[in-house]
Design a protein around this ligand. Structure first.
Ligand code: ADP
Ligand code: MG
Length: 313
């Protein structure tokens, strides 16, 4: 960057508004007022060039958007409300200020959707690639966080939205597939996931919702975290996995296995939760299986051959 660290921070500061009463960028610490009866929840993620993203594939705006989105998704996964984010960057000489300005623009686009201010961070140079660390503070009513350890035998296993779109989008990018409208939708779902903040809060306030998490590595992998934490097992019906119309069409055309992408593909950032079968909820979701007493994950459905590897812990 040709501009110095302080000019860079000034430009970031100018782009974000802080809510009344909060002190953000410019002092030694951010100051965030607390209210009694609320718990603070904190999550942080480190994204490293070449490991989590490739500069040549994604636009700076997409990388900025996704850096914020994956962290807000962890807040959604507890049923929380995001309060403020912190952004630390290690910037190599090869990245200039216009790249960083576009990165911040994408970060801001996502932050603005959920009205979350950027309240601080750190900026250094890097002798390696670009590293991005995002921390998010959120809040929820004291003691009410939805943990992975709360699943109960007999629960239904449910997901929001569609699964597999992001993995299909990534496959399209890597294979250099032609850009049909459907393909562009899938690629966008990969680069611009929308964290399920409102849905997480609805699940938090619905009785009968037990375990809750977000799907970042694919349901086949992520569900195991709930099973292990809760000491239970599960049966999943692959035929019931929610497949978007776009993924159905692309999979049929390309000969891709949509169900395998939905089960094993990552980065959908949908919510995975378990609930009492009698509970009715004020949001759209799909029931994909049930929690059992016997440990282990069993896949059933018309074609489970590809998922068998996932039955072993
Ligand atoms: P200190 O020396 O106290 O760590 P810095 O010079 O690193 O202060 O940062 C000055 C202010 O700018 C702090 O409020 C810090 O939170 C903020 N800041 C620094 N880098 C970033 C960034 N990448 N994004 C948002 N705020 C930042
Ligand atoms: Mg600092």
């Amino acid at each position: 960057m040709n501009i110095g660290e302080f000019e860079f921070i000034e430009r970031i500061k100018a782009g974000f508004n802080l809510p009344e009463g909060m002190t953000g960028i410019g002092d030694d610490c951010a100051v965030i007022p607390q209210a009694s009866g609320l718990d603070t929840i904190v999550t942080t993620d480190l994204l490293v060039e070449g490991v989590h993203f490739l500069m040549e594939d994604a636009s700076p705006e997409d990388i900025g958007w996704k850096s914020a989105a994956v962290n807000l998704s962890d807040i959604a996964a507890m049923g929380g409300k995001p309060v403020a984010t912190f952004l630390s960057v290690a910037i190599p000489g090869s990245v200039d200020e216009s790249w960083m300005a576009r990165f911040i623009e994408g970060y801001k686009q996502l932050s603005d959707i959920f009205k979350v201010p950027l309240a601080g961070g750190d900026t250094t140079s890097s002798k390696g690639g670009l590293s991005i660390c995002v921390t998010v503070l959120g809040q929820l009513p004291s003691g009410k966080a939805k943990l992975r350890s709360s699943a109960v035998a007999g629960d239904q296993i449910c997901v929001t939205g569609f699964l597999g779109d992001s993995a299909a989008g990534l496959k399209a990018i890597l294979e250099g597939s032609e850009k049909t409208t459907d393909m562009e939708t899938l690629v966008r779902r990969h680069y611009r996931p929308l964290p399920r903040i409102a849905e997480g809060q609805m699940l938090l306030s619905s009785s009968g919702v037990h375990a809750l998490m977000d799907i970042s590595d694919g349901i086949a992998s992520d569900l195991k975290h709930i099973l292990e934490a809760s000491g239970v097992g599960a049966v999943i019906d692959t035929d019931s996995l929610p497949i978007s119309p776009e993924l159905s069409r692309v999979a049929a055309e390309k000969g891709w296995d949509a169900y395998r992408l939905a089960a094993c593909g990552g980065e959908d950032y949908e919510l995975l939760f378990t609930k009492d079968p009698a509970a009715s909820l004020p949001l759209d979701y799909t029931v994909v299986g049930k929690i059992t007493k016997i440990p282990g994950l069993i896949w059933k459905g018309s074609d489970t051959t590809d998922y068998k590897g996932f039955t072993h812990f």
